[in-house]
Design a protein around this ligand. Structure first.
Ligand SMILES: CC(C)(COP(=O)(O)OP(=O)(O)OC[C@H]1O[C@@H](n2cnc3c(N)ncnc32)[C@H](O)[C@@H]1OP(=O)(O)O)[C@@H](O)C(=O)NCCC(=O)NCCS
Length: 330
């Protein structure tokens, strides 16, 4: 990236850096208000954690030293008027592919202050901060049903790089594959080449800084089995074939939190019934487990995923800043 050329940010009276020691409770309130319409259980947990963190002195002392090194929203900017925080933007640093990456998150302006340029000013401040910290890439994500925010980010030079849907389903012992005409079986070593190729298409390299691929959990062989045994990672793999030809593969990885992850590998224009069969099979086989999550390119096999009883939780546009010169801070 070009050399640093950043004006002093706190020249604007209302715009100032987040003070992690003081601002977290007010920022949590603001984020809760601004995202009320789309908050799911993960979002509510996130806000609770922010509130808890704001009153935990040990955490706060540690956070002030860890701001630019851990992938947590410990830095950012707020917009303050009459002693009240009415706007926020967070910055989360990541490392990936040998690069330093910043994710801009929690862009939020109180409803009664919108369309006055505050969201824009906060986002621009975050971009300048990332540049100042020598970021190689600046990213953000936004829901596809948020045209206002998308217009804001496009006007600042962000470009869509991926559009992905998070699907979820409850395991179900009664999930039924009858009528699909597909037989689900285990995975063998010879399936791996194609499975790996399709996984690389579905989970592209340029997003692995955010969501790394658990290759050792996914690949077959003795070394990965030892690794999984040693780390107590539970995984299962299923496939559907037509004759000798692999149609699709699905891997399951037990999660430590409140959900388990599925990794779907299938050619984008491949057999939808194979995808449906695998997902139904997973729901049936994992009836004793918690919620199942599948992150997948939006619109690819969407009808087949839905036919297996999965519901779209959200679709996110992943946008990367794609210009060379930063917009000016106004
Ligand atoms: C998105 C959000 C932060 C924008 O804040 P804001 O202070 O109103 O934005 P700005 O006034 O800086 O808008 C800058 C430009 O973005 C676009 N824009 C912003 N909100 C828009 C809307 N609701 N509809 C259409 N365009 C919009 C416009 O191009 C606008 O310029 P204009 O007012 O000259 O037409 C605010 O609406 C918000 O807090 N929304 C809820 C939380 C959220 O969705 N955050 C984004 C998460 S990715």
């Amino acid at each position: 990236m070009a050399a640093l050329n950043t004006p002093v940010l706190n020249q604007t009276p209302q715009l100032r850096p987040l003070n992690i020691l003081r601002d977290l409770p007010a920022v949590a309130d603001l984020v809760e208000t601004c995202f009320a319409a789309t908050l799911d259980s993960d979002g509510r947990r996130y806000i609770q954690q922010m509130r808890k963190a704001g009153s935990d002195n040990v955490f706060l002392r540690w956070a002030t030293t860890a701001v630019e090194t851990v992938s947590m929203p410990l830095s950012g900017y707020v917009w303050e008027e009459n002693g009240e925080i009415i706007g926020n933007v967070s910055l989360i640093p990541y490392r990936g592919r040998g690069k330093r990456i910043y994710l801009i998150a929690n862009v939020a302006v109180r409803p009664d202050y919108r369309r006055r340029g505050i969201g824009r000013a906060l986002t621009v401040a975050a971009m300048h901060h990332a540049r100042q910290k020598r970021a190689d890439e600046i990213w953000l994500h936004v829901r596809d049903d948020n045209p206002g925010a998308i217009a804001l980010y496009l006007s600042l030079g962000f470009c869509e790089r991926a559009r992905r849907t998070t699907w979820q389903a409850i395991p179900d012992r009664g999930a039924c594959l009858d009528g699909l005409g597909m037989a689900v079986e285990g995975r063998s070593l010879r399936d791996w080449g194609e499975q790996q190729d399709w996984l690389q298409q579905a989970y592209p390299e340029h997003l692995t800084w955010y969501q790394s691929m658990p290759w050792l959990s996914l690949r077959p062989g003795l070394l990965p089995s030892f690794y999984r045994l040693f780390l107590d990672f539970e995984t299962r793999h299923w496939t559907v074939h037509e004759g000798e030809r692999l149609l699709a593969a699905l891997s399951w990885q037990a999660g430590t939190g409140h959900c388990d992850r599925l990794w779907l590998a299938a050619p984008p224009d491949g057999c939808g019934r194979a995808v449906t069969a695998l997902l139904l099979h997973a729901r049936r086989q994992l009836a004793w487990r918690q919620k199942l999550l599948l992150d997948y390119p939006a619109d690819v096999h969407a009808a087949s995923i839905e036919a297996a009883g999965f519901q779209a939780q959200r679709t996110l546009l992943w946008m990367q800043w794609n210009e060379t010169s930063l917009p000016a801070i106004t």
